[in-house]
Design a protein around this ligand. Sequence first.
Ligand code: MG
Ligand code: MG
Length: 280
Amino acid sequence: MFRTQHIQIKTDAQIDKMRAAGLVVGQTLEKLRAAVAPGVSTADLDAIAEESIRSAGAIPSFKGYHGFPASICASVNDQVVHGIPAGAQVLRDGDLISIDCGAILDGWHGDAAITVGVGPSVDPKYVEMAKVCEDAMWAGFAAARIDGRLSDISHAVERVVRAGGDYGIVTGYGGHGIGTEMHQDPHVLNYGRPGRGPKLVRGMALAVEPMITMGAPDTDELEDGWTVVTRDGSWASHTEHTFVLTDDGPWVLTAVDGGRSRLGDAVTSREPVSPDTRDW
Ligand code: MG
Ligand code: MG
């Protein structure tokens, strides 16, 4: 491991450790996706997450992070990110929830988030927003190439969001380098012109996380010191994965299938398909 321009570059062995951490996060988020339902509280989801992470021998990285009290961020409806799980926050049919989850395994981090509709009555416009947000994230990975530039990712994210509809792109928060800490250099914007910023190199690991809204992009932080909400009350979506750039392209470490279903087989050619990972 060495650092260039404050960016931590990972060796193959370290990447394999990040994959193990990423799978804990990916597996946990799939359990949470399945658990989301009307009547379930965000504290219930947090308990499921902590149990899933600890039973895998990992540590919930969010818990205690600058004093954050839980293992997930649960952000409902007009909450964008960093919502604190609570027993009193019971999900209702028609809600939209973003769940962000991180884990540390053997000293290495994974970080990912999903946005999920609650119950059968979610307005299709919110389902569509969540899809656009997720598609934008995947476009960001697809744009990441060795010898490309960091803002190629940002540009690809923005392009898909703009093509998808009249959404606000939240600019106060974004993606980040990740490795032996959850948040490392560089910051990854969700908008911008291509061809700028640090050169993308083999072994660079980044979390890409678009946040978009049905209205304006402006946000406020609530008095709890964490929860970020839209200023205009419009609902928001947030999607995130951690990936590493390999000779074969981006390997999406927090996706259970490594990104194969979205990016093709080449990206996970380093990884044998074992029953362990396939069943997650
Ligand atoms: Mg996250
Ligand atoms: Mg993140």
